[in-house]
Design a protein around this ligand. Structure first.
Ligand SMILES: O=C(CO)[C@@H](O)[C@H](O)COP(=O)(O)O
Length: 213
């Protein structure tokens, strides 16, 4: 299981220290939530802050766009060379085209599904994706409760992935903790995003290690 702490729950007054601490604590990716105030009712950070994060992070960036105008935001963030760049299926009319564009920029393309969206909706995109991000809360805020139906959804997705593109990874984001990590592992999840669970713990290493099942 790979662990990607979401910096949405970090102390933004001490962001450099926070990033260095999670990297030293052994995280695998640094997860960055980009929100535009339209697709979701919250606003977060832009490329200026993310560029600063990339300079102090020793781990690759995993950027999750929660925006309406995906093309505009892909152009903004691609120069920062994240490992993954994901966008929401629900906000994109031409997901296949955007996946090709992200790949052509040398970045691993990923797609995100809201809790209500069926995994079958991306069946014919799977062969072009490196990762699928399943939201286990409604996007927009940290600290929400985990939606358990995501476990069934992850299992269905795993089946589709094994038929269509076994190297595509499954990431789950929202309400992840030591209470549900075993179920996520059993459902075939490869990467978990954890915000409040990691940053709300006094010992980041202990929190990250507890998710490494
Ligand atoms: O994308 C989002 C929220 O939209 C997530 O990345 C949250 O930031 C995860 O926070 P926790 O649920 O782990 O506190």
């Amino acid at each position: 299981m790979l662990i990607a702490p979401s910096i949405l729950s970090a102390d933004f007054g001490n962001l450099q220290k926070e990033i260095e601490s999670i990297c030293e604590a052994g995280c695998d990716l640094v997860h960055i939530d980009v929100m535009d105030g339209h697709f979701v009712p919250n606003l977060t950070i832009g490329p200026v802050v993310v560029e600063s994060v990339s300079r102090v992070s020793s781990k690759p960036l995993d950027i999750h766009l929660m925006v309406e105008n995906n093309n505009f935001f892909v152009d903004l963030f691609a120069p920062l060379k994240p490992k993954y760049l994901s966008f929401h299926l629900e906000s994109e009319k031409h997901p296949h085209r955007l996946i090709q564009k992200i790949r052509s920029l040398g970045i691993s393309p990923a797609i995100t599904l809201n809790p209500h969206t069926k995994v079958e909706d991306i069946e014919y995109l799977l062969q072009d994706l490196d990762m699928v991000l399943l939201m286990s809360v409604n996007p927009g805020f940290g600290g929400q409760r985990f939606i358990p139906t995501i476990l069934e959804k992850a299992k269905k997705l795993k089946e589709l992935i094994s038929e269509r593109n076994p190297s595509c990874l499954i990431e789950v984001d929202g309400g992840v903790s030591d209470k549900n990590i075993k179920y996520l592992k059993d459902a075939g999840v490869d990467i978990v995003v954890a915000g409040s669970y990691v940053f709300g713990n006094e010992d980041y290493k202990k929190a990250i290690d507890s998710l490494r099942v």
